[in-house]
Design a protein around this ligand. Structure first.
Ligand code: PLP
Length: 373
């Protein structure tokens, strides 16, 4: 059996040797007492990198978003977010169950952007007893369902302008925030300059085994820290995991941010190869600007943008798996491949070959003349 190429997600990344060394030798203390020097260093580095006053280390992106909502939105308030955002689909309704907030979901365009006028029209103050007053606008950057599109500095600033004009804060769900920073060739501080808070994940493209960071003002982080305590997220000698984050957030080739450009280049190359294959639909390689490749598996005779058949997709994913390539089913009948740390050019070549064979095996494309190995 050849080596498994796992493109299901960038969450499957394993810590680098430098991370493991840093974890083994990390100085630790009781973080609930504020005594863990490695956590304090990670929080200081995160604040510095994002241009915010303070930061809070949390267990996951979901926890980071949740404590941010709790810190921003009074119970009975409303959060504006894009339909099909992670917050609305994949966070177990924590906004409702724990924060006590309703969601106002707005459609996003193909690039993951909600309409600015639509946001403004959806903001309610507390003057009408019928309405839940708007407590927060959330942007997801990169925006997963649109194929990992990065939301630009100009758009982020514009949303902040609209929200702030009504006294409403803006939070960025940045599970893959540094993919956006790298794709946009900007800095984290520039991309966040006008928003109030953000969560970014260490455990995805940055390859740490666990953890996310919430950034914002000192007051906001104090409230988020209280919320983290409330949901049981106060951890003790967690310098052992924060140490990996400090490795990831180093500048230049020593850290894990700059190398995200390699993941993006690998994704683009794979997308270009896939888009040229019969049996592949819903894929425009020019739109692959970060580390997501979304595509449909099409029957012969179907148009490239027709509705993909889910049964065909299941058979295709199983055929890839049988050849050692792991992919994942994604909303709207699509398949997702994600490039990440540990995926090199040869793995991309192998993935392309396996996909070509699998398309033939499930009858989506004619058999290749020579079976690729
Ligand atoms: C956009 C987005 N936000 C938040 C999360 C949640 O992160 P975690 O899995 O660390 O809870 C994810 C996870 O994939 C995500 O894609």
């Amino acid at each position: 059996m050849p080596e498994i190429v796992d493109l299901r997600s960038d969450t499957v990344t394993k810590p680098s040797p430098e991370m493991r060394r840093a974890m083994a030798s990390a100085e630790v203390g009781d973080d609930v007492f504020g005594d863990d020097p490695t956590v304090l260093a990670l929080e200081a580095r995160s604040a510095e990198l994002t241009g915010k006053e303070a930061a809070l280390f949390v267990a996951s992106g979901t926890m980071g978003n949740l404590v941010a909502h709790m810190a921003h939105v009074p119970r009975g308030g409303e959060i504006i977010a894009a339909a099909e955002s992670h917050l609305s689909l994949d966070e177990a309704a924590g906004h409702a169950v724990i924060s006590g907030a309703s969601l106002r979901l707005l459609p996003a365009d193909a690039d993951g952007r909600m309409d600015l006028q639509g946001i403004e029209d959806s903001i309610y103050d507390d003057s009408d007893v019928h309405m839940a007053p708007t407590g927060l606008v959330v942007l997801e950057n990169t925006h997963a369902i649109s194929g990992g599109q990065p939301l630009s500095v100009a758009y982020t600033d514009a949303v902040a302008g609209v929200a702030h004009a009504h006294g409403v804060p803006v939070h960025v769900d940045g599970a893959r925030f540094f993919n956006a920073v790298v794709a946009l060739e900007t800095t984290a501080a520039t991309l966040l300059r006008n928003v109030d808070s953000a969560t970014f994940c260490l455990s995805k493209g940055l390859a740490c085994p666990i953890g996310s960071v919430v950034v914002g003002s000192r007051d906001f982080i104090f409230r988020a820290r209280r919320a983290r305590k409330m949901v049981g997220g106060g951890m003790r000698q967690v310098g052992v995991i924060a140490a990996a984050g400090l490795v990831a957030l180093q500048d230049g080739p020593a850290g894990m941010i700059e190398r995200l450009a390699d993941d993006h280049a690998n994704a683009r190359r794979m997308a270009e190869a896939l888009a040229a294959m019969p049996g592949i639909g819903h894929l425009d390689p020019a739109r692959v600007t970060t580390n997501f490749i979304l595509f449909g598996v099409m029957h012969p005779g179907q148009g490239r943008m027709d509705r993909p058949d889910r049964d065909l997709r299941s058979r295709f994913i199983a055929a890839c798996e049988a050849e050692g390539l792991l992919l994942i089913a994604y909303p709207n009948g699509l398949v997702r491949a994600v490039t990440h740390y540990g995926i090199e050019a040869e793995h991309v070549d192998r993935a392309i070959a396996v996909i070509r064979n699998a398309l033939a095996a499930v009858g989506a494309a004619p058999a290749p003349a020579v079976a690729a190995r």
